[in-house]
Unconditional design. Structure first.
Length: 583
């Protein structure tokens, strides 16, 4: 098709004049020269104020081609195999239907003759084309072929088994095979980063190599090519090289760290390997330097609790403990508090395992048990460094707890974390470690318990009706039932059909006062301490969760998932057919 006729056709579809098309074309060329990778048709549809779907639907009508919604299609393997993986990924096309000897292929640019000819040649059967947005095609390619499928296709053509050659400076030599392995690892990391994953788990099984991403605290299996198991050793060796591990040692667990820059994004990755019966399992924790920490006002505290926290973190001495399970956001909260009080007038020293984020103006020490630098040893030496504020990554043992309490009693403000289920359990945990109750009562100023709940996706947020009787049974404030509008996420492409996008913390803030100290001194059980604190106005994790539900931030179901559930409610919560009314 001649350029003039293409120009006139596209201008007509966009509702523009040929002169406007020329202006847009010149602007697009300048954008490409500056590094933009946006296709011309997408650029023009955006300039015309149309979505890709609207623009391509009109264009398909003019061309006499069908427009397809790939989100509603199921593409069987026998259809996908009609076109090679290499062509599908190189030209961003996907076969969608094979009927009566003709293959239908979805494309995003009907004017790319090189692509159209390559598809016809590769298919070796009659081909008819349909239009679909490029980003939908790319999502479908990842969904059906798996992440990095085109890279493994290149490896598949090699008959020799893959082995990574490592030089003295731990860089991989540049053969085509090894370059493909490097590219595949980068793709896995980049896809995880784009999906907002915090962890990547590469798990060898008997007949497959499974890759899972943890997104908003929930694990999701990512589609990978079925032949990935064949390249397990090469893939794991590459990751071990990147993280400075010994690739010859496969019998013992190892830890390492990777600093990578992929597509302009700088990412710190903590790597851990453990041997399993089917090979080494690898876990990667992604820490983006661009999203270091939230400010205190973004953590999700109520205005009243935030004011109390701001008073606590400027006290001259005492201990502030944050409790919760792994992955509940304790480190994020600690960093936010340290950043709030960080100034040239305060000497702040931390000891962590490992140092997750580097904070300017704060002295950070990484624990290294292999050379004898433990929390206790580091903390003992920190006290000789004239600090005002000390942050201990975690109180794990009696020695660390004793030194932390001694520091708090001698004029230092100490921040630390504990692994307990709620705020009140922190006292019994410290006493069980061997700390005298009178030391706990006199040194601990406050305990914050926290969990992370997923927030409702703003794109597909919709109203939800919940049975009144059920809300009463789970303890939702009865006086708020009739005045609260409940929301949920219906599920969309933006949230991977989950209905949630992002997380926020719910808190339980327990302040130690004269009413609680006698209970701690008398070794009262955690339930008794909690009951007294609630009597004095403490809001429990679930109560704070209800506030987030009333604010339309999260769902009732999500609050129940992350907070402790009374045994007599278990059966009710599991029976979802009885729980939710039809919206």
């Amino acid at each position: 098709m001649a350029f003039v006729s293409v120009k006139n056709l596209v201008a007509e579809v966009a509702g523009a004049t040929p002169g406007q098309f020329d202006e847009w074309h010149r602007a697009w060329q300048i954008a490409v020269q500056n590094g933009s990778q946006e296709p011309l048709l997408s650029f023009i549809s955006r300039e015309a104020g149309l979505t890709d779907e609207q623009f391509l639907t009109r264009l398909a009508s003019k061309l006499g081609w069908p427009y397809v919604d790939l989100r509603k299609l199921a593409i069987p393997p026998e259809v996908r195999n009609k076109i090679s993986t290499k062509v599908a990924f190189q030209y961003s096309v996907i076969p969608i239907r094979f009927e009566n000897g003709t293959l239908q292929v979805a494309v995003s640019n009907p004017f790319d003759n090189a692509m159209l000819n390559a598809v016809r040649f590769d298919a070796a059967v009659p081909v008819e084309f349909a239009l679909a947005p490029k980003d939908e095609i790319e999502k479908a390619l990842k969904r059906y072929y798996g992440v990095g499928a085109e890279t493994l296709e290149e490896l598949k053509q090699e008959e020799e088994p893959i082995e990574l050659l490592v030089s003295e400076d731990k860089e991989i030599t540049g053969t085509d095979q090894e370059a493909s392995v490097i590219k595949f690892v980068n793709q896995i990391i980049w896809e995880a980063y784009k999906d907002r994953a915090t962890d990547i788990h590469i798990e060898p099984c008997e007949d497959e190599l499974r890759i899972r991403y943890r997104i908003d605290g929930i694990l999701h299996q990512t589609p990978v090519p079925p032949q990935l198991k064949r390249y397990q050793a090469a893939l794991i060796s590459r990751i071990k090289v990147m993280s400075g591990m010994n690739i010859a040692e496969k019998r013992l667990p190892q830890d390492g760290r990777i600093n990578v820059r992929i597509k302009g994004e700088e990412i710190d990755i903590r790597v851990s390997t453990v041997p399993t019966v089917y090979g080494e399992s690898v876990s990667l924790r992604l820490l983006s330097r661009g999203k270091i920490f939230l400010s205190l006002d973004k953590l999700g505290f109520s205005p009243k609790d935030e004011a109390i926290i701001r008073e606590l973190i400027v006290k001259p001495h005492g201990i502030l403990l944050i409790t919760g399970p792994t992955g509940s956001g304790k480190s994020t909260s600690l960093y936010a508090m340290l950043a709030t009080i960080n100034s040239v007038h305060k000497r702040i020293i931390t000891i962590e395992e490992p140092v997750e984020y580097e904070l300017k103006g704060i002295n950070q020490i990484a624990v290294r048990p292999e050379i004898g630098l433990t929390f206790a040893v580091g903390l003992r030496h920190i006290l000789r460094q004239d600090p005002n504020v000390i942050m201990v990554g975690e109180i794990r043992d009696l020695e660390t707890a004793e030194i932390a309490i001694r520091a708090a009693l001698t004029g230092h403000l100490v921040f630390s974390t504990l692994h307990t289920n709620d705020a009140a359990s922190a006292f019994t945990r410290l006493i069980d470690m061997g700390i005298e109750p009178f030391l706990v009562a006199s040194s601990v100023e406050a305990v914050i318990a926290q969990r992370l709940v997923r927030t409702i996706c703003p794109v597909c947020k919709t109203e939800q009706k919940i049975e009144r009787s059920y809300l009463k049974r789970i303890g939702f404030p009865e006086e708020d039932i009739d005045t609260t509008t409940f929301w949920r996420g219906a599920g969309c492409e933006d949230c991977r059909q989950l209905g949630y996008q992002g997380r926020i913390a719910i808190y339980e803030l327990l302040l130690v006062n004269e009413a609680l100290r006698p209970l701690i001194l008398n070794r009262a059980p955690a339930s008794t301490i909690a009951a007294k604190a609630i009597e004095m106005g403490m809001r429990t994790l679930r109560d704070d969760g209800w506030l987030k539900v009333k604010a339309g931030i999260t769902t009732v179901e999500e609050v129940l998932r992350v907070t402790q559930i009374e045994k007599h409610l278990d059966a009710l919560i599991e029976d979802k057919a009885e729980i939710w009314a039809k919206s």
